[in-house]
Design a protein around this ligand. Structure first.
Ligand code: APR
Length: 406
């Protein structure tokens, strides 16, 4: 394990039952659950409050996650402001194929940009529930995870001095490039998958071209449209992994979107300036187990799921509910069962979502592989969604994340 002893220039250590590393959706939710139960914790975050509140990331939240936030008193603004989607539309074979999952299941997808959720969670944790948080900390390190008195140290941005916090548990919620993942790198099992596919992620300053999510499954590559607000729309275009955004000037982007999202009877796309252009290389990883001694990982620190099925934020919040509840049960009631079973229980859903992403990836991208066999099976997979009620129901359950048990 790449642990470092606490630096000798530490002040007298502070004490908290739980230190949460990272103030993303996972860390803040764990913090809010702990504070609601009266458990003290300290959240450490390398970014500033303004930075985490403005960073655009994911935006699709499953209904069961919305209900989980609501039960914990964390969904006030979301319930008021989020858009509720009722359908998506596949475009393939030159046609439009709407998939009305609300009609089929009564369920919704909620669209609420991650930075709004993070803003709500920071306010709730720090301003309403009185949780301790340090923004802008540097060089965070974890120590003594195998003993019963672990600690976390960091360099204070104001004093430049290393501070040490002794705790009972560390919640590792610092994302894909954080220190808690690195701290277990030597002994965790890490399973990875690389799709060999890139997505050009675009934000257009333009109203949506359709009032629902569009998935274009085209022989030239996948294209997607996700309404974000009346003024801004997200688009995706499949591209080679590692491609440079500069290879995608305005005209080329819109020509490809028109081609790949084109369908008989479809409205023309509403074009506008591109205000964000990034290439994402599609890959996944899963860290097993998610608990190492007194360190419990949650969210992207434990697993990354490519944005193909919009599941990353949802898994992070499911983890945070489970970890927050388990820590409360142990620290307040001495009930160890939740924490003992945390990793195994969460990994069942994590693997299920990874498998769904892979399944969906083949459906989106199979037609553009140049392999006529994969193109044929991808098309069969698409058509089955519209010819088999059982296949449609199975897709809706996974797309909406409504499976009752894992
Ligand atoms: N110490 C403290 N904080 C850190 C450190 C560190 N060494 N390294 C990173 N962080 C912070 C980041 O600045 C970020 O605010 O940890 C936070 C991790 O947040 P996310 O990356 O958003 O991860 P998570 O809470 O697991 O949420 C997963 O976020 O990756 C997106 O869209 C993805 O929806 C997914 C969701």
């Amino acid at each position: 394990m790449t642990e470092t002893p606490a630096s000798p220039n530490s002040l007298a250590p502070q004490r908290f039952p739980v230190v949460v590393v990272g103030a993303g959706p996972a860390g803040l939710t764990v913090g809010c659950v702990l504070r609601a139960a009266g458990v003290d914790c300290l959240v450490l975050e390398t970014g500033t409050r303004k930075f985490v509140e403005q960073r655009p990331r994911a935006g699709v939240i499953e209904e069961p996650v919305v209900r989980g936030l609501e039960r914990r008193g964390l969904a006030g603004n979301l319930l008021e402001r989020a858009r509720r989607d009722t359908a998506c539309e596949f475009r393939f074979d030159g046609g439009r194929h709407p998939f009305d999952y609300h009609e089929l299941t009564g369920g919704h997808h909620w669209v609420y940009p991650q930075q709004f959720l993070v803003t709500d969670l920071v306010r709730e944790y720090a301003d309403v529930r009185g949780g301790a948080v340090r923004f802008g900390v540097r060089d965070v390190r974890v120590h003594g995870l195998d003993g019963d008195r672990p600690s976390v140290s960091y360099v204070c941005p104001e004093s430049g001095r290393r501070e040490v916090v002794v705790c009972d548990f560390v919640a590792g919620c610092d994302g894909a490039r954080g220190v808690t993942r690195a701290a277990v790198a030597g002994r965790a099992g890490v399973a990875r998958h690389d799709y060999g596919i890139g997505w050009l992620a675009l934000l257009a300053q333009a109203p949506p071209s359709a009032d629902r999510v569009l998935f274009g499954c085209h022989p030239d590559g996948f294209a997607g449209q996700m309404p974000r607000s009346p003024e801004v729309t997200r688009y995706y275009l499949q591209c080679p992994p590692g491609d440079a955004p500069e290879n995608w000037p305005h005209e080329r982007v819109w020509a490809e979107l028109r081609r790949r999202l084109g369908a008989a009877g479809a409205e023309p796309l509403t074009e506008g300036p591109l205000i964000e252009k990034r290439v994402l290389d599609m890959h996944d990883y899963v860290t097993e187990p998610m608990t190492f001694g007194r360190l419990c990982l949650a969210g992207d620190a434990a697993h990354l799921v490519a944005p193909i099925a919009a599941k990353g934020l949802n898994l992070a919040l499911h983890d945070a509910f489970a970890l927050g509840d388990a820590l409360v049960a142990l620290l307040l009631r001495g009930d160890e069962a939740g924490l003992a079973g945390y990793s195994q229980a969460r990994l069942r859903q994590v693997w299920d979502y990874q498998e769904f992403s892979q399944w969906l990836s083949e459906l989106y991208h199979g037609g553009a592989t140049g392999d006529p066999f994969r193109a044929g099976t991808a098309l069969a997979r698409l058509r089955r969604l519209f010819s088999s009620p059982a296949a449609a129901a199975a897709f809706a359950e996974r797309y909406l994340g409504t499976a009752a048990r894992y």
